[in-house]
Design a binder for this molecule. Sequence first.
Ligand code: GLY
Length: 402
Amino acid sequence: MRALTVSTPPPATTVSDVLVLGGGIIGAVASWRAACLGLSVTCLDPSPGSGATWAAAGMLAPVTEASFGEPDLTALCVDSARRWPAFAAELEHASGLDVGLAESGTLTVSYDQGDAQEAGRLHALHGMLGLASERLTLAEARVREPFLGSRLSAAYWVSGDHQVDPRATHRALMSIIDGRPGTRSRVVRSAAVRLVRSPAGEVVGAVDATGATHAAGLVVLAAGADSPGLLGAVPEVVVPTRAVRGQTIRLDSRGVPEFGLQHVVRGTVQMRPVYVVPRPGGEVVVGATSEERTDHRTPAGSVYALLRDARALVPGVDELDFREVTTGLRPGTPDNVPIIGQTDVPGLAVATGHYRNGVLLAPLTAAAIDALLSGDDALTSALPAALASADPRRFSCVGAHA
Ligand code: GLY
């Protein structure tokens, strides 16, 4: 038998100031900010933006996402929501692309009396946290949003919760970081598999799935739910993200001109949360399931339940054209707070674990990355005090962090 000779070229190696592992919205933001500082950047991701970012509805909802026992997370979300208009303007200016920020407010509605009781509890929480949410009569709610269903039991107006298009935002980021002439930033479409350490223990790069090594002065771990698997060589850094599966459904209202939903509508239907996000271009996103599952399955029952609950709040969704179901894995953390900052290991920083708020927290994460990379004290002191709750070292091995 003739021997088959396969000659494999040696793996390419990149050398950058900053290597970002993960090209979802957070990794792309980290890469953009590094590029803005004039640093050379490599971002590693086999399919940038195809994970949680692709599934996300893009609600910027510090109020309607606020939950009991999470004051630090709420403070971070409130801070980041305030930063969104300037962040969107800067990104749109830099990319020349629209990111679809719509500051149109959110209506929360309840289906039955149990849902109304739950909404009342959350309204009281909003009051305690100083978050603006206003009780409406159902008649007032229908004046504001005539497309609400007929069987509702309570309504609130949340003027400060808005929305943006996550896919458009990611496209804008990629247009800047993915090899734009004149920048020293590139996206390598391969998955990181492990970190590389120097004999002294610093993190000095990563190896990707092709075996290529990517050296850098600083590695930013932004790999969402995949982050723990990359830390085998760095056991003293613990990044305990876990996958929380969610499905979103995309509908198209362009063929139904009489459907004119203007605001994000969210609420609970017999205690099951659901939201309907109408975009100015006609896309309507319905979301989202929340399941402690790590696979990408899309159970038919989850899709059925989402549509059933969405049409209970906004019956007109029945008429819209069905486009897609997307399943994504949110990167949850043990305390639901993201993990952002320098680790105790030189050369390794983290920006991940944004759970339900990756899109909302993008501007604050950008500001934290700016401060980290520049070392500018003025930028650091402009960050909210609650960002201390996102310190990666809170999960480090016992004794590793004084
Ligand atoms: N931010 C909404 C969700 O994760 O479903």
